[in-house]
Design a protein around this ligand. Sequence first.
Ligand SMILES: NC(=O)c1ccc[n+]([C@@H]2O[C@H](COP(=O)([O-])OP(=O)(O)OC[C@H]3O[C@@H](n4cnc5c(N)ncnc54)[C@H](OP(=O)(O)O)[C@@H]3O)[C@@H](O)[C@H]2O)c1
Length: 299
Amino acid sequence: MHFLVTGISGQIGSEAAQSFARLGNVIAADRNVLDLSQPHMLSARLDELKPDVIVNAAAYTTVDRAEDERELAFTVNAESPGIMAQWAAAHGAPFVHLSTDYVFDGSGEMPWREDDVAAPLSVYGASKFAGEQRIRAAAGHHLIVRTSWIYAAHGANFLRTISRLAREKEELKIVADQIGAPTSAAFVATRLTKIVQANMEDLPAAFSRCGGVLHMAATGHTSWHGFASTIVEGLRQRGVILAVRRILPIPSEAYPTKAVRPRNSRLDLTRLRECFEIRPPSWQALLEPEIDGLAPPQT
Ligand SMILES: NC(=O)c1ccc[n+]([C@@H]2O[C@H](COP(=O)([O-])OP(=O)(O)OC[C@H]3O[C@@H](n4cnc5c(N)ncnc54)[C@H](OP(=O)(O)O)[C@@H]3O)[C@@H](O)[C@H]2O)c1
């Protein structure tokens, strides 16, 4: 079985390339192999690579910059996944794709269900939702996994930023009115692998039964302020010497960004449990090994 994994330099893609290698041959596709900003090239490249299953973890993910690069964000996040999904549908290859809580407008306090109405607030969110629609329209066997607040001990993410800032600054001011479930890239990659492994005998049938959109995240929720405080506590417990003394909660308005973020990013995980029998750990439990992974302490 040949698994094509894209976005292999990214947080989820790098973990997925490792975990899918346990199931078969991984075709590890960075942008030199498959450039999603060049949609017209993709079908011919896929003809050469001949994957049995595609796991698309590549995306244009710089949320604020997307406000100025709308066309590129839509090409990478919508047009290209659509073309890859069309190729997959035409060749009977199941297509696994990553999407985001940013497709929602963040209103209310209830966890978002898969069939709730999407109303993205940002260009990034709109481009990801357009990608979902194109994949659905391709009408192949697909799984669109929406996740939230991804971090890892590697890559550019909130965990690493807080780990650095806590060493440099006495005071941090962190947004406390956006709520979500921090989720490790390793968790998403290993559970995607588990879903595929459990249904290896007939993945198309499994995706017909339980495919479409699926929410996948840690259980529980917190704010960015709560997440930052827990990271700092975890670093202190491991003996890391930190400069930080105060972590102050602030409202989103006090930290203006080009792209508007949803206030409520909670994802309903019922479908994940019922369809694939996956019971995610708490966000705090997922964080522990990633803080371990930050060692040795950075200076
Ligand atoms: N990060 C989050 O908090 C979050 C939350 C919810 C959902 N998601 C979704 O989860 C998926 C993975 O996110 P992530 O955080 O792991 O991403 P990431 O770390 O930002 O990595 C993005 C990956 O996409 C690749 N890429 C970007 N433009 C490309 C292009 N034109 N052609 C080919 N590859 C390209 C990057 O390659 P280069 O290194 O060459 O740029 C990189 O490998 C995405 O679909 C994202 O929307 C992320």
